[in-house]
Write a protein of this length. Structure first.
Length: 125
């Protein structure tokens, strides 16, 4: 298979069928709205947002869309998250199910807080 690695998130999304492109673009906008200062890049061949380090990545697969890493949130967040197969800090959203945009937005905001705290801790050393 001679598929070139996408250089931008636009190129990555363009590589999928129209229905998947729509889902990926909405996830991208959800992340962008939750973390407007974050940069966009491709890392490990998938779309990644960065702010004080890697913030969140997402990728489409045959049967699901993965969002990672998943932070450890409060009990309510973790309960909502349990509706999605979460393994090794990956949230798997089945292609045939609605995308939980509110949950993704909360996930990004928790990750933002974690990255800010980590950056502050490094700055204090």
């Amino acid at each position: 298979m001679d598929q070139t690695t996408p250089q931008t998130i636009d190129e990555y999304i363009a590589g999928f069928s129209q229905d998947v492109q729509v889902k990926l673009e909405k996830i991208r906008m959800t992340i962008r709205n939750a973390a407007p200062e974050a940069g966009e890049t491709i890392k490990y061949q998938i779309p990644t947002f960065t702010l004080n380090g890697n913030l969140v990545s997402f990728a489409a697969y045959k049967k699901h869309i993965g969002v990672y890493p998943v932070p450890s949130g409060d009990a309510e967040f973790n309960q909502e998250l349990s509706a999605y197969k979460v393994e090794k800090s990956t949230m798997r959203i089945p292609m045939d199910k609605p995308i939980p945009f509110d949950l993704i937005s909360r996930l990004v905001k928790i990750r933002l807080q974690e990255n800010l705290e980590r950056a502050k801790a490094k700055g204090m050393k």
